[in-house]
Write a protein that binds this ligand. Sequence first.
Ligand SMILES: NC(=O)c1ccc[n+]([C@@H]2O[C@H](COP(=O)([O-])OP(=O)(O)OC[C@H]3O[C@@H](n4cnc5c(N)ncnc54)[C@H](OP(=O)(O)O)[C@@H]3O)[C@@H](O)[C@H]2O)c1
Length: 427
Amino acid sequence: MDQGKIVRLGFLGCGNIGGGVYHLLTDMHDEILRRDGLDIQIARALVKSIPEARTDVPAALLTESADDVLCDPSIDVVCEFMGGEHPAADFMEKALLCGKSVVTANKMALALNWHRLQTAADRTGAGLYYEASVGGVIPIIRSLTVSLEADEVDLVMGIVNGTTNYILTKMAQDGSSYGNVLREAQKLGLAEPDPTADVEGYDAAYKLSILSSIAFHTHVPLKSVYREGITAITADDIAYGREMGYTLKLLAIGKKKGNELEVRVHPTFLPASHPLSRVDGSLNAIFVHGKYCQDLTLQGRGAGDKPTASAICGDILYAATHKGCHTVPSFRNIEGASPEISFVENWQSRYFVRLDAADTPGVLSAVAQAFAERQISISSILQRPSEDGRAQIMLVTHEAKEKSVQAALAALDPASVKAQSVIRVES
Ligand SMILES: NC(=O)c1ccc[n+]([C@@H]2O[C@H](COP(=O)([O-])OP(=O)(O)OC[C@H]3O[C@@H](n4cnc5c(N)ncnc54)[C@H](OP(=O)(O)O)[C@@H]3O)[C@@H](O)[C@H]2O)c1
């Protein structure tokens, strides 16, 4: 076999994902050499502590010094698998400034430091690649930056967090409470001991900042993303929503109308016919709509060492054969939000509202009146008796402004009717 072009990699971090990448590249080494003419060599791998390293990567490759990776002139591509914002972002910037291309799976460091990293890459002509930072193996970054570059995308909507999708799916299947399913997910290793980043929507918000920036060719800073998690969701919400034909998902939604953008992460009801409503368990999926491509859905494993390694190694081979091709010509990656863009806060949506009401005449008409007075029309309604002699009233509105719905609920007499949940509905 030909010797091929030697490409030396340095890993920053070698845990779950670093180990997965090591194994893929070892397993596929000869095939990649034969197919692509690349002799991929792993030169060094940074860990916090060699004696405590959680990896079966050969000990001779491990180091506790970042400079062994960043300052080694023989290393061509730096692969960042440490996680967290710092020092990961600082190390990546240093590598780029040394002219080394960087491959990362770190949505947090990227979403919060993207402009800085791209500026460093532009200065030296190094590449910055991040396919695995959103949706694991799903090739959404390349789809948006390459395949759909000529189109005008007006919607990206995704299930981009496997932990929350697992929890909501289990709550729907078993009728279990959020707390019980979370504990079970933690035992199975599907949720972190501290689940905040997942269940409060932070992880999805980082990913939406990245996705919507690329999809809409403008920088969408994290602080412009509205975020609401799943901790207040009850099994009743899910069950009643299902009776009305809806499935609950934590969605990351980016919408563009002219120069107005909506970027929001929150629990969302989808009609059972929507492709994302059938994406269950820890799977991820992203739905895109564009002027020419129309509807497009990509689905796959959003996490796990093997699927994530597959996406990362695609980036590594690309980085090994291209220089400075890390950005879309039309993406304005500036420091803050693009001045021509305005972010909508009082967005228009449909709403699912669950009310706890006294089971007496006149309550339903008072609710209908409060909504009608604010030009909110109701598309469907469901009433069920509750155990304490009261009633649960669930209604789904037609499109309405968020603030009008809040005003209608605030106008209800709390002695007879109280809002239990308000959940946005997409179609
Ligand atoms: N896990 C997934 O399925 C998945 C999917 C997509 C993207 N990602 C992203 O991939 C990245 C890595 O995730 P992971 O699951 O592989 O994490 P992990 O298992 O916790 O591994 C992190 C690695 O980085 C090392 N490290 C962390 N901080 C360090 C520091 N300050 N100095 C030196 N070494 C340090 C750790 O060393 P020690 O072993 O010594 O602690 C470990 O080797 C994250 O950005 C994550 O968001 C993960």
